[in-house]
Design a protein around this ligand. Structure first.
Ligand code: SF4
Ligand code: SF4
Length: 343
């Protein structure tokens, strides 16, 4: 099991695409550590505690030391993975160095080109800002962090440039598509991001971009992780700042498909995503289509594309991309023809 925690919705940045701006009623709410400890008692095999938010560095470092103490005291194996914009670390490295160097702690960050990633004063977080944060990590902690870039219509031009930057820094980035939550009204269409992954593949840049590798692995039937897994219910849980509980961080951002925390802590187990037939596939034709596993690999994306009436546009485009994806993987399969199921 992996656990995603969002200790707070508070953030020092003001990104225009942020998915996490509608998590709580009380903006100052902070996730009670007891909830995390209860979870770890229920699932002692938890491998990773993924921390996002809000920005994890809006919490005092002591919050994370308490979690580490609990893990140590109970001889639990979990590691802690913080995804932060690193700006508070850049402003005051001494506050965070000891925590970041701890053997249980890993740090990832985020950067993208375009006008959407804004610091607290609404100025753009530039490549120069990002580089200096990365340099600080290398200097004080000993490595450059991997980074996530969120792609929207506004910065779709920048995908290759983003992966080239990752290559230059010798890290693997994750080029994610925007989902429809929080400030982001509509999702970035899935077929458009697959078109970008094909370009990354053709440019020989796949070793520096995680999702391109995942797409290719998935189409070959190999195991993949979020956002290409249909088994999220079995291996992911999320606790939001006010303690509400889900089997997917993105559904948590929408406050959709919540799980009763107390029920599960007493030994119950539920699978809300698997139990929702409307999340099984984008359309009936998917079941006989070679693209099934990558078009229907994420239940949140199925929900987004359906709710925003984007299924047919996505499908039409995927039917054109499919042969390239199959050929790149040496798969001798024929694409099924496009059929518009909306009429
Ligand atoms: S539904 Fe999608 S975003 Fe949510 S955990 Fe599953 S793969 Fe990840
Ligand atoms: S290409 Fe169309 S039919 Fe095939 S899996 Fe994707 S959405 Fe479904």
């Amino acid at each position: 099991m992996d656990l995603i925690i969002k200790p707070t919705e508070l953030c020092n940045f003001k990104c225009t695409f942020c998915s996490s701006t509608k998590l709580v009623e009380d903006k100052a709410a902070k996730l009670d550590l007891m909830k995390i400890f209860q979870f770890l008692d229920r699932y002692p095999e938890t491998k990773t505690i993924i921390v996002n938010g809000g920005d994890p560095l809006m919490m005092d470092p002591q919050y994370y030391w308490e979690i580490i103490k609990y893990l140590d005291d109970n001889d639990l194996p979990a590691t802690i993975s913080l995804t932060t914009n690193l700006w508070p670390f850049y402003k005051n490295p001494q506050k965070w160095i000891k925590l970041f160097r701890h053997r249980r702690v890993g740090v990832a960050t985020s950067f993208q080109y375009g006008e959407g990633r804004l610091k607290g004063d609404y100025s753009v977080f530039t490549e120069q800002d990002f580089t200096v944060c990365s340099d600080y990590m290398l200097y004080y902690v000993g490595y450059r962090p991997s980074f996530i870039a969120v792609i929207t219509e506004e910065n779709e031009w920048s995908v290759i440039k983003t992966v080239e930057l990752a290559k230059e820094m010798d890290v693997v980035c994750k080029v994610n598509y925007a989902m429809a939550s929080g400030e982001q009204d509509a999702p970035y269409r899935l077929s458009k991001i697959y078109e970008q992954y094909i370009k990354i593949w053709e440019a020989g840049l796949a070793p520096w971009e995680h999702n391109t590798q995942q797409m290719m692995k998935r189409i070959r039937g190999e195991n993949t992780i979020c956002p290409l897994t249909r088994t999220c219910d079995s291996n992911i849980r999320t606790i939001q700042p006010e303690g509400d509980y889900y089997s997917c961080g993105a559904f948590g951002d929408d406050k959709d498909k919540a799980i009763d925390f107390d029920f599960e802590m007493k030994g119950g187990f539920v699978t809300p995503l698997a139990d929702s037939p409307e999340l099984n596939s984008l359309k009936m034709g998917c079941y006989s289509c070679p693209m099934f596993s990558i078009c229907n690999g994420c239940k949140k994306t199925i929900k987004d594309l359906k709710e925003h009436d984007m299924v047919e546009d996505h499908c039409y485009h995927m039917k054109q991309l499919g042969p390239k994806i199959l050929e790149a993987n040496g798969l001798d399969m024929q694409m099924t023809p496009y059929v518009n199921e909306s009429i």
